[in-house]
Design a protein around this ligand. Structure first.
Ligand SMILES: [Zn+2]
Length: 82
């Protein structure tokens, strides 16, 4: 998935990856993840079938504690509303 019109050299990408302490590419960045995280939470709560987007969110959450925090907060809200 392309993330937009920003172009980074492989050197820049390498330094970002090093900075984040990651060795694998992430399909989603945090913004994209947060755009779909409510979908993911609903999917989890309703046991809906997992789509490609949902799978990518799940993958990102496994790697990103910040987004996982967002997800957990959101999930608590959704659970409280049921
Ligand atoms: Zn994230």
């Amino acid at each position: 998935m392309k993330t937009g019109d920003q172009r980074l050299t492989s050197e820049q990408v390498g330094s970002i990856v090093t900075m984040l302490g990651l060795t694998t590419d992430r399909e989603f960045n945090c913004n994209e993840c947060l755009q779909h995280v409510s979908e993911f939470a609903e999917c989890q709560l309703a046991n809906k079938p997992v789509t490609e987007v949902i799978a990518s969110v799940e993958q990102h959450l496994a790697l990103c504690p910040e987004c996982r925090e967002e997800y957990e907060a959101l999930r608590k809200i959704l659970e409280a509303g049921q």
